[in-house]
Design a protein around this ligand. Structure first.
Ligand code: SAH
Ligand code: SF4
Length: 367
């Protein structure tokens, strides 16, 4: 017989409903939040500020975290990759990066796999299993904060650049953002949170209206429809002109600079001609281009990284259009923790990965 999965204490609405039904005072919720987010307790029955009977009752109905930490790998550059298992046995990863000056940034996942399936991305090859819940999204941060507490540190910046397309899981991601920002919970300012999207146009509008302070990063990767569709099938659904119109409205409304991510694929999207086309496309926009060296092994078999010289030449040309353009430092490549390298195809994840591989075998690689 299957045992029912208990809800998590991170699900505020479920906890509130439980407390109300049990005739408890509303301040019990604040006590629980303090224990969970400030004192970082590991189990429900460690919340000693609650009366014993309530604690036992809560422990019968709730788990504290919706996932368990299965593995923690450390890269030679200090990057950590964490592997989590959900209560229904899916596996997802998060990556902790240490920038210069020890600024800690956690890259979190929003889905198990990804339905968008960009040609260069390892997560796409996992297939897609399901959206993560709000509790599973913030649970990643909670686990990492518990680890960091041992050295008196905590996560200061969040990027939604792990597994999955965050704007396809819009509701859960936005609820997670609210918890991350909550002063009584994680207290991470909106300016320290970045959502990266492959360009889900209607959800960008929703994001702009709901939380204009959160940073927006857009995975552009090509300056025209023909090439973008070839390497990112999502461009069929939301072509470049509709995306750029939306992004213009976004900057006009929010006055915030958008980060454009551009992966450097040798011989595919890295020519000087395309650099000029990108410069022309973004000239006059509130934009910052991040050139991302392709992390090999993730995409189609014939894909390779651009040479350093090619990347620097591309950068110079884009800057010539008065568009700020930087080359992104690659973290954690030796433990497969870099951009686009997150993929777990073991355990329950294997079902979707196998389906995806069968599908890919009948598709022609990008040439
Ligand atoms: N789904 C979202 C966020 C996760 S991907 C998005 O696509 O924006 C995070 C970033 O890593 C994106 O810019 C993505 O295009 C990039 N990326 C994917 N595969 C990569 C690879 N093999 N090498 C370098 N960057 C990659
Ligand atoms: Fe999904 Fe982003 Fe990877 Fe594309 S790059 S497959 S949208 S995770």
């Amino acid at each position: 017989m299957q045992t029912a999965v208990k809800p998590s204490l991170l699900e505020a609405e479920a906890v509130r409903a439980f407390l109300t039904a049990a005739g408890e005072k509303p301040y019990r919720l604040s006590q629980i939040d303090q224990a969970v987010y400030r004192d970082l307790v590991l189990e429900v029955d460690e919340i000693t500020t609650l009366p014993t009977a309530l604690r036992e009752d809560l422990a019968r109905h709730f788990v504290l975290s919706p996932m368990t930490l299965k593995k923690d790998a450390l890269s030679s550059d200090g990057t950590n990759k964490f592997l989590f298992e959900t209560t229904d046995e899916y596996l997802v990863e998060s990556v902790l990066m240490r920038h210069k000056g020890d600024r800690l940034t956690l890259c979190i996942s929003s889905q198990v796999g990804c339905p968008v399936k960009c040609s260069f991305c390892a997560t796409g090859t996992m297939g897609y299993s399901r959206n993560l819940t709000t509790a599973e999204i913030v649970g990643q941060v909670l686990h990492v904060n518990r680890k960091l507490a041992l050295t008196g540190e905590r996560v200061r910046n969040i990027v939604f650049m792990g597994m999955g397309e965050p704007l396809i899981n819009y509701d859960h991601v936005m609820d997670a953002v609210a918890i991350l920002k909550d002063q009584k919970k994680f207290g991470i300012g909106a300016r320290h949170i970045t959502i990266s999207t492959s360009g889900i146009v209607p959800r960008i509008k929703d994001l702009m209206e709901r939380d204009p302070q959160v940073n927006l990063a857009v995975s552009l990767h090509a300056p025209n429809d023909a090439l973008r569709t070839k390497i990112m099938p999502i461009n069929n659904a939301y072509p470049l002109a509709s995306l750029m119109d939306m992004l213009k409205l976004y900057t006009d409304t929010t006055n915030k600079r958008i980060f454009y991510e551009y992966i450097m694929l040798g011989g595919v999207n890295d020519s000087p001609l395309l650099a000029h086309e990108l410069g022309t496309l973004l000239r006059g926009h509130l934009a910052h281009v991040n050139l991302i060296p392709y992390n090999p092994g993730a995409g189609w078999p014939d894909m390779k990284a651009s040479s350093r010289n090619r990347i620097m030449e591309f950068q110079r040309i884009v800057q010539g259009y008065d568009v700020p353009c930087t080359i992104r430092y690659t973290f954690g490549q030796d433990i497969d923790a870099a951009c686009g390298q997150l993929a777990v195809k073991e355990g329950k994840n294997a079902v979707a990965a196998e389906k995806q591989q069968k599908f890919q075998r009948v598709q022609k690689p990008v040439s």
